[in-house]
Design a protein around this ligand. Structure first.
Ligand SMILES: NC(=O)c1ccc[n+]([C@@H]2O[C@H](COP(=O)([O-])OP(=O)(O)OC[C@H]3O[C@@H](n4cnc5c(N)ncnc54)[C@H](OP(=O)(O)O)[C@@H]3O)[C@@H](O)[C@H]2O)c1
Length: 256
């Protein structure tokens, strides 16, 4: 079965806004049916209506809080019979500020959504799909320890390393499942609003990030880094001493 076989299903978490919403539009253009997941049902319903009207596809809406692991288990159980060919673990958020001043409750929820839900859903779909693509959304922050955003960056380091390792295993075992990572730099979404209460206005458009993500899925690229600028940053991050990276990352976050 092809990746973009019309009428097959794709699941996208965090589809109510930003990158997830734009990926949904890109996959709808390719005539995939969609299962849209997030907490804000009104937004998902509005997107469902738009995509069904514009592209004549089927869209299912699931309002789920992914910080609760029972909900992730239920989401998998309720969607596996649609035999999704693409699963995109995109839902996530950050918190910017000094580690000892931020909300502990928010950080624990962040770990649940950014790490535990991605871990659990990846495992459940790897166990039950015979073929398909799982795209886990990490970040450029996953490549560097980031003062003033320590937990978020570490959560994204988990996502990229976890996904790359499993992808290697899948290929070695000749399974017809790929586990890809998307690592964007700054993207204009509601991320800044959630992370520190204001939009940064920096970065590429979410629609551009989504187009690159979908092209990456098409080509089955293990590591998808949108934009030449971020590819260059990624290259240099591997060469520079960690101390320099820490100072650079600290200044970058402080300016926010
Ligand atoms: N924007 C950037 O600069 C950037 C850069 C690199 C990586 N990323 C990553 O890209 C992904 C998408 O973020 P975005 O930039 O598009 O931000 P966004 O516009 O804030 O979108 C985040 C999405 O995650 C969903 N979400 C958050 N908490 C959830 C929960 N507990 N349960 C279910 N869904 C939840 C939100 O939906 P509800 O609020 O409706 O639940 C929303 O749809 C994230 O993983 C983020 O870390 C973003």
């Amino acid at each position: 079965m092809g990746k973009f076989e019309p009428n097959t299903y794709a699941i996208i978490t965090g589809a109510s806004s930003g990158i997830g919403r734009e990926i949904a539009q890109e996959l709808a253009k390719k005539q995939l049916n969609l299962i849209l997941v997030a907490r804000r049902r009104d937004r998902l319903e509005a997107l469902k209506k738009k995509l069904e009207t514009e592209y004549s596809i089927k869209v299912i809406v699931k309002d789920v809080d992914l910080s609760v692991m029972e909900n992730c288990v239920r989401l998998h159980a309720e969607t596996i019979d649609y035999h999704p060919i693409i699963v995109i673990n995109n839902a996530g958020f950050g918190q910017i500020g000094p580690f000892d001043e931020g909300s502990l409750v928010k950080e624990q929820a962040m770990i649940a959504v950014n790490i535990s839900a991605v871990h659990l859903l990846t495992r459940l779909f790897v166990d039950t799909l015979s073929e398909g693509i799982i795209l886990n959304v990490s970040s450029m922050a996953g490549f560097l320890p980031t003062p003033l955003m320590a937990t978020y960056a570490a959560s994204k380091a988990f996502v990229v390393n976890f996904s790359r390792a499993i992808d290697f295993e899948m290929r070695r075992e000749k399974r017809r499942i790929r586990v890809l990572s998307l690592c964007p730099g700054p993207v204009k979404t509601e991320f800044g609003l959630v992370a520190h209460g204001r939009e940064t206005g920096r970065g590429i458009d979410a629609s551009r990030a989504a187009k690159i993500a979908v092209r990456g899925i098409e080509k089955e690229k293990a590591l998808i880094i949108p934009g030449i600028q971020m590819k260059v940053v990624h290259f240099f991050l591997r060469l520079l001493p960690t101390r320099w990276i820490l100072t650079f990352a600290y200044r970058l976050q402080k300016n926010k």
